[in-house]
Design a protein around this ligand. Sequence first.
Ligand SMILES: O=C(O)CCC(=O)C(=O)O
Ligand SMILES: [Fe+2]
Length: 324
Amino acid sequence: MDSDSVLPLSVSFQLPVIDFSDRTLKPGTSKWVKVKDDVRKALEDYGCFEASFDRVSMELKKSVFEAMEDLFELPVETKKRNVSSKPFHGYLSHNLYQSLGIDDANVLEKVNDFTHQLWPDHGSKSISETMHGFTEKLVELDVMVRRMIMESFGIEKYIDEHLNTTSYLLRMMKYTAPPDDDDDDDVEETKLGLRSHTDKNIITILHQYQVDGLEIMTKDEKWIKVKPSQDSCIVMVGDSLCALLNGRISSPYHRVLVMEKKTRYSTALFSIPKSGVIIDSPKELLDEEHPRVFRPFEYNDFVHFFHTEAGRRTQSPLHAFCAL
Ligand SMILES: O=C(O)CCC(=O)C(=O)O
Ligand SMILES: [Fe+2]
């Protein structure tokens, strides 16, 4: 959407819930085939779903939350040392929103590099291990979901190549509650924590910590409030996956409204095409009935376009950047 300046009302809604906790969920089993069909249906309908996934224990989630409280308590000057060679992967801050990013968060040494950016003398062994352990669990879910999607579209022979050409970014977010004098209006721009956008990457896995706020736009352009349960997360399609699948699944618009008088923390694990990798639909997805929708592109070029004035203003950056 081009603007959130007049925020339409949103309604509560239950996204499809898909169970990924079952240890017998393995490729080739009947359970796998059933879950795969559910994933395909949910993604076609909403571009996202709620995954119940107990491999992230309540204890681990609590440690992640406490680590985030400590990290965001640091002085702004310290948080600004969280820089990355990749654009927009480091510390970001605007209005109610702040975030810190860990590149390659599935690699313990890289997470150590992150804590050493903040505490150059000693890093933080416990925060590094917590964030790395959390990422490792989420990678298992990300890989299962991507394998299911590729099987479902008959392109599973590319799965290893696909997985080898992506990396992970873990982003931690803090949304500060808006000041008290905004009491009169239920929905207004001052409560906007993150403006409406689609994610640019492959798959995003979102966790929130007690406080709601995420909203997703349905195909008929209604905002729905997402309320994941304690032990679940939201799995969402990004623009790069939409392009890879020749537009067969769309990436949903979503935003964050800070409606409660509480600080909201969330995390996002993004699977991202590595630098230099060209995102292109496999030939199996191109035929007379499904002509090519997007020209092949490099992920960083797309992200750069999104951060130009034209990219920011357009309704759909993916279409503006590379639709044929
Ligand atoms: O905080 C959230 O729940 C959503 C974050 C998000 O959409 C993003 O980082 O792209
Ligand atoms: Fe997002």
